[in-house]
Write a protein that binds this ligand. Structure first.
Ligand SMILES: [Zn+2]
Length: 135
């Protein structure tokens, strides 16, 4: 039900931002979905469409475009930057754990260069609304 909660948050934000901008109709939004979020995009899209249907006229014609943003990490010790897929060979169990709690990434991922677990996530976390188009 993770996807439904995220879809609700996106819709709420879109409505709030559109009202602030004084829009009367939202035509299109573009979302960037962080790779670490690992959501089921089919469920997420379904949830968005269902929520769009029950909302008022502001977003009934809204189209949603989505892009996946690759996860990029930076080591705090040596400054090395690397992408999620390169980090390590994770077992299915580990990548499941990260699906449910991206915070646990630190328990599994190490800097490929110096092996430090002390890194930050530069990109690829959460969902970002890149733009809202309307009139
Ligand atoms: Zn390092």
């Amino acid at each position: 039900m993770h996807e439904w909660a995220l879809a609700e948050a996106v819709i709420a934000t879109v409505i709030e931002e559109s009202r602030k901008e004084g829009l009367v109709e939202v035509r299109k939004i573009k979302l960037k979905i962080g790779e670490l979020q690992q959501i089921e995009t089919e469920i997420f899209e379904f949830a968005l469409n269902e929520l769009i249907k029950v909302q008022g006229t502001l977003i009934t014609k809204m189209k949603v475009e989505m892009d996946i943003e690759r996860a990029i990490f930076r080591c705090r010790v040596c400054g090395n930057e690397w992408a999620f897929g390169d980090a390590s060979k994770m077992s299915e169990e580990e990548s499941e754990a990260i699906h449910f709690a991206p915070e646990v990434a630190h328990a599994y991922i190490r800097c490929p260069s110096c092996k430090s677990p002390d890194f930050e996530v530069l990109h690829g976390r959460g969902i970002l609304i890149e733009y809202i188009k309307g009139r």
